[in-house]
Design a protein around this ligand. Sequence first.
Ligand code: NI
Length: 315
Amino acid sequence: MKKKISLLMCLVLIFSAFTGCDINFNGITAPTTEKSTTAAVEAAATERAATTQVTTTAATTAAPTTPTTVTTTITTTTKKPATTKETTTKVPATVPTTKAPEKIKKPDTDRIKDGDKIIALTFDDGPSKYTARLLDILEENGAHATFFVLGNRAKNNSELLKRMLDEGHEIGSHTWDHTSFAKLSYSSALENMKKSTNAIKKASGKKPVLVRPPYGAMSDSLKYAATMQDQAIITWSVDPRDWDTKNPDTVYNKIMSKASNGDIILCHDIHKSTVDAMERVIPDLIDEGYKLVTVSELLTYERDELTAGKVYSKR
Ligand code: NI
């Protein structure tokens, strides 16, 4: 009799596999949108013999591309209070999709000659009302610099950004709003970076290939977002702390005493004192034999290319 029932059940199951029908046995419903396997083992609380019931539900997943959740529940009821063990394996909906880091080619300029001593001046957090004067100073001295602009300042400063590129300077991203990326999630980091990249591209006409993290804060999400945005991460090797001192003489002295061949110098064009200091820093560095070049020029002088997502602080 038992054999006959088993045979009948097998036939029904085979039939359902061919037809795709959902079959309910004793109120057990097979879900059609989620793949789940539940094994519940209940031991009756009788001392001598336990009755065991095993319930299994399984159904084919409607859309195999949707995140899969596998839940295994084992419930054991004995004399002791019931204990439940649950293991859940979840595949998050937004797994960072990594890709091979893009190579960033040498810029299309020919300003560095063999044996040149080179320095890259960089200006963060702008543009500001002082940036135009800084561009005048650079132009008067035949010098070039890199501006790490905030994405949220790009839209209203389109003319300044275009002037920077026209005059041979480089524009990098300093993120959308100067958020620290130290504890940012992958998705937030990418969203912030993308927003900035797009705003700068729209305002200047060129997509930035460099990003400088606010506060120099490093994180995996920063590196991930930079890789996805095809941007190299740029820090610095000389910090005159111009934002702190706000004194042109101090800024001048710190740069002149510390800067040497291959350095990347961190400054901010949102302070009048910094632009005042540049009136002397730029011509005096040139007098000392330095050529003032962009970050991409400096970094690719001895490299064929840069790698997106990688950190660079010096030649
Ligand atoms: Ni900054």
